[in-house]
Design a protein around this ligand. Structure first.
Ligand SMILES: Nc1ncnc2c1ncn2[C@@H]1O[C@H](COP(=O)(O)OP(=O)(O)OP(=O)(O)O)[C@@H](O)[C@H]1O
Ligand SMILES: [Mg+2]
Length: 232
């Protein structure tokens, strides 16, 4: 049932990449629907040639008039629904966010990105107020070097944590394999380590991210169950 939406206040930070990586991880065990709500349909294009796991399905015929129906339908059919969006400002993104159980805000480790991510979070908070429903969200650092953590980067991360932004411990580093899934139109597991350097590290990185997402959803689920018990 959980619906996970990827947003970012800035383009090109790695939403689609993160969505594909996450979708092909739980797919090994559980059924996953991916709603490709980007009008350019990058995931549908990737999926056309990729030998998809049987339990992964892609829905691309999505616009702001039907996204809520598609999410509802997908959530009834598969235990996981992943929504890839074009940005935060678009109405379609807000519709998906309202429906999501977890919103993942992608950002690069730059001051500008951090400020933009904070703005995206303020928009989420406004929606919480309007709908009366709390949105579980977390910021995910993407495309940073797996080797170098600069002081400036540490400063930005600390600033976000200090201002109460929930951050994923995992980061999706800048890795050739994460680019190669689109070049070769394959899942990470299908890539050939002869063609792609550090494939094992990329697989471990994607797994670490997926595990944290599942743990975050589980923690939320048990917190909600406890609150329900107390209220009953
Ligand atoms: N972790 C990563 N390592 C290496 N390359 C990456 C990574 N994340 C994204 N890229 C590359 O950066 C480019 C933009 O990534 P992607 O399409 O995932 O971003 P996006 O946020 O979905 O962009 P848009 O806003 O246009 O939808 C792509 O060429 C992708 O292959
Ligand atoms: Mg994208």
């Amino acid at each position: 049932m959980p619906t996970i939406a990827f947003i970012s206040p800035k383009g090109g930070v790695g939403k689609t990449t993160a969505a594909v990586l996450l979708a092909s991880q739980p797919a090994r065990g559980a059924k996953v629907s991916v709603i490709d709500a980007d009008p350019n349909h990058p995931i549908a294009a990737w999926a056309k040639d990729a030998a998809l796991p049987d339990n992964l399905s892609i829905i691309a015929d999505v616009d702001e008039d039907n996204i809520l129906d598609w999410i509802e339908e997908a959530a009834a059919k598969t235990p996981f629904v992943i929504v890839d969006l074009e940005g935060t400002a678009a109405k379609i993104a807000m519709l998906a966010v309202i429906q999501a159980d977890l919103v993942i805000i992608l950002m690069k480790g730059s001051q500008l990105n951090a400020e933009q991510a904070s703005r995206a979070i303020r928009v989420l908070k406004q929606h919480e107020k309007m709908t009366g429903r709390a949105v579980l969200y977390g910021a995910l650092l993407s495309r940073n070097s797996p080797i170098i953590r600069t002081r400036a980067m540490g400063h930005i991360q600390d600033g976000l944590v200090d201002s109460g932004v929930p951050m994923f411990k995992a980061q999706l580093h800048q890795r050739e394999a994460f680019r190669a899934i689109f070049s070769f139109r394959q899942t990470l597991e299908e890539l050939d380590s002869k063609n792609v350097s550090n494939l094992d590290k990329a697989i471990a990185n994607a797994e670490q991210f997926a595990v944290e997402v599942i743990e975050t959803l589980r923690a939320q689920c048990s917190a909600a169950a406890k609150a329900h018990e107390v209220a009953a």
